[in-house]
Structure formats: structure tokens, C-alpha cells
Design a protein around this ligand. Structure first.
Ligand SMILES: [Zn+2]
Length: 80
């Protein structure tokens, strides 16, 4: 049986789906029943989402610039 510390040390792996399915089930079972760990897991999820947003933003901006540039080049070579 897992205790709160076990869940805490496995939380990141649990959320990234890196745990073996049996451990994953034990962590899920604990988190469902334990308000402390549920709160901790929610905090980690929020953090992960924030990190992902920060990483994704420059990529999408770059992509938009690339699209605009491609559009512009297209208009130059094929004027309407
Ligand atoms: Zn707990």
C-alpha cells in the first residue's frame, strides 16, 4: 500500500504516464481517497499546464511569422 510520501515522489511520473500500470492504479486509488495528495496532484497539473503554455507560445508565434512570410512571398510571386 502506498502512503502520501510514495505518492508525492511518484507524482510527476504518475502524471506523465511513466509509471507501471499497477503502480499507476495504486497512486490513483490513493489520490481518490486522500485530499492532501489530491491537492498536491492538482498543483502539479496546474504547474505542468503553465510550463507547457510557456513553451508552446514562442513556437506558435514563430509559426505564425513563417506563415505570414510564406503568404507574402506567395503574393509577390503571384500578384492578383
Ligand atoms: Zn495521501
Amino acid at each position: 500500500m502506498l502512503n502520501c510520501r510514495d505518492v508525492g515522489t511518484n507524482a510527476t511520473e504518475f502524471l506523465s504516464g511513466a509509471l507501471p500500470i499497477k503502480t499507476n492504479l495504486l497512486v490513483t486509488w490513493h489520490v481518490v481517497r486522500c485530499a492532501n495528495c489530491r491537492r498536491a496532484v492538482i498543483q502539479i497539473i496546474t504547474m505542468l499546464i503553465a510550463l507547457r503554455k510557456r513553451e508552446a507560445k514562442p513556437v506558435s508565434e514563430e509559426q505564425v511569422q513563417a506563415w505570414l512570410q510564406a503568404l507574402e512571398e506567395h503574393n509577390h510571386t503571384h500578384p492578383h
